[in-house]
Write a protein that binds this ligand. Sequence first.
Ligand code: 16G
Ligand code: ZN
Length: 534
Amino acid sequence: EAAKEKLAALMREHPKPTGIILGYGTAGFRSRSDILPWIMIRIGILAALRSKVKQACIGTMITASHNPEHDNGVKLIDPHGEMLDQSWEVFANNLSSLDDDVNKLWKYLETLMAQLNVQLHDNAMIAIAYDTRQSSPLLASIVQRAAEIFYANVMNFELLTTPQLHYAVRCYNDDGLYGHYTEAGYFTKLCTAFQNLIEMTPNTKPCETLAVDAANGIGAHKLTYVNQQLPGLLHLEIFNDGTRGHLNEKCGADYVKLYQKAPEGLPLTNYSKYCSIDGDADRLVYFFMDQNHQFRMLDGDRFSVLFVAFIAKKLQEAKLLDQVQIGVIQTAYANGSSTDYIINILKVPVACVPTGVKHLHHKALDYDIGIYFEANGHGTILFSDNVKNKIKAAAEDANRTEAERLAANQLRAFIDIINETVGDAIADLLATEAILSVLNLSIEGWLNLYTDLPQRQLKVPVKDRTMIQTTDAERRCVAPVHLQDCIDELVSKYPSGRSFVRPSGTEDIVRVYAEAATQEQADQLADAVRKIVE
Ligand code: 16G
Ligand code: ZN
C-alpha cells in the first residue's frame, strides 16, 4: 500500500529516539524541540483520524506557550474550538508509546480506524498554526505530511496565536456563524465590537496608552493589527517584541505572575498601566506602579471580578438580570477576597473546580453566562445561545426604554469582543480596556474594588507525590490520613487562614498554598504546612 510506504519513509526521516516516553497532558505533547519531530507524525495521523470521525476541521497548534525557546509542543483542537476530548488522549498516548516499527504502527492504526469506523480514504481537514519558535515550521511540515498520507486537506495558517487557531477552527466548522475563519475575520470581529461598544456609550473615558510586554512572542506582531484597526480609540505600546530579547525570558505573563515582579525590557515609569501576555498569547496579567512606587499586579481573579461586575451591571440596566443565570468559576488558587467579593458584593455564585482549563471551561457551560479565569491569567466567558438570543431580542425590542436597549446593545458588542473558545490575551485585553473605558475606571480603581488576602505558594519536593490525594476541588486531602486534620488545626490558628496542598500535574512536586490576614502569617502558615507534607 502506497500510504504505508510513505509513512515508513517519513518515519525513517524523523526516527523516534530510543527510550523516550512522551504523554499527552493538559498542554498536549511538550518537550525540548529537538526530540519532537517523530511525535509530529503521530499527531498528524491522529488529527486526520479525529477529523474523519467528526467530519469537521481539527486544529493542530504548535507551541510551548510560556516555556523557553528551546521547547516546543503540540496540541489538537476539537471542532468547536475546544481542547481535544479527553477520551482521545489515550489514542495519542498509544501512538506515542509505539516504537518505530511501521508494521506495528500500521496494524494499530488499522485496528483504530476499524474501531472508529473510518477509512483511510475518508475526507479530513486539518488547520495548522504555530508560534514564533525557530523549531515550529519544521514541526508543522511534519504534521502536514503525516496528515496528508491519511488523505487530509491541510490549511497551514503559519504564525498565529493559540486562541486565534481555536477561533479559526470554530468559525470554519460553524460555517461563519461565529465569524470568518481568517485572521482578518478574527481582527475585524473583535475590533469592530470594541469600536461599537466604545462609540455607542456616551461619556466614555478615552483609553490611556497601554504598555504591553509581548514576551518576545507571537503576540507582539499580532497586536500591531489592533493598533492599525483602532486608531484614536486604543493605543498599545508594544515592548518585548522579539527584536532584542528571547522568548519568555525574564518577561511574559508567566514570569510576572510567578515572580510577582515587572518584566525586563520596558520602562516602568512612563505609563499608567501595563500588561503582559505569554508566548502564545492565551494568558494576560495587568500591572502598574502605584503612588508609593509599589509594583501592583492584577491577575486572573481580577478579570473575573471586572467582567462579572460589568456584565451584571448591564444585565440589570437591560432589566434582564433576573432571567439570566450567571456564574463565576474559580480554582482553589483564587484569592479568598475575590471569592468573597463576587459572592457577597456582586451577588453572583462562585463554583470551584480542580486546576486545569478543561475543568473550568466544562463547568462554565452550566450557566447562561459562565465566567472563568485561572489565577495565572488564562480565562474567558461562555454565553449560551439562549442568553445571546435574549440579549439580541432586548436590544431590538421597541417596547423597551432607550436605556434598556442601550445596555442590551452594549452586551451584544461585548460578547463579540470575547473569544469563547479559549482564554485569549488579545480578546481579554480588548474586553478589559473597553470595560475600564465604559465604566470610567482607572487601573487603580479596578485594583481597589477589593483587597487581596496575602498569600504564599511553595513547591515541596517529596518522594512520591501521588501519595497525596485530594477531594472537593483539591481543597481537601483524603490521603495520607490525618494530613487534612493537621492542616485544619494549623489553619484554625490564623485569622482568615486558608491552606491546601495538591500534587502538581506538571512537575514532580507538591504545591502548598496558604493565605492569611497578613503576609507574615501567610508565610508562617505555608511553612508550617510544608513541614507536615515533607
Ligand atoms: C496546565 C494547565 C493550567 C494549570 C497548570 C497547573 C491547561 C491548558 N493548562 O498548564 O491550566 O494551571 O497546568 O499546573 O489546562 P500544576 O498542576 O503543576 O499546578
Ligand atoms: Zn500560553
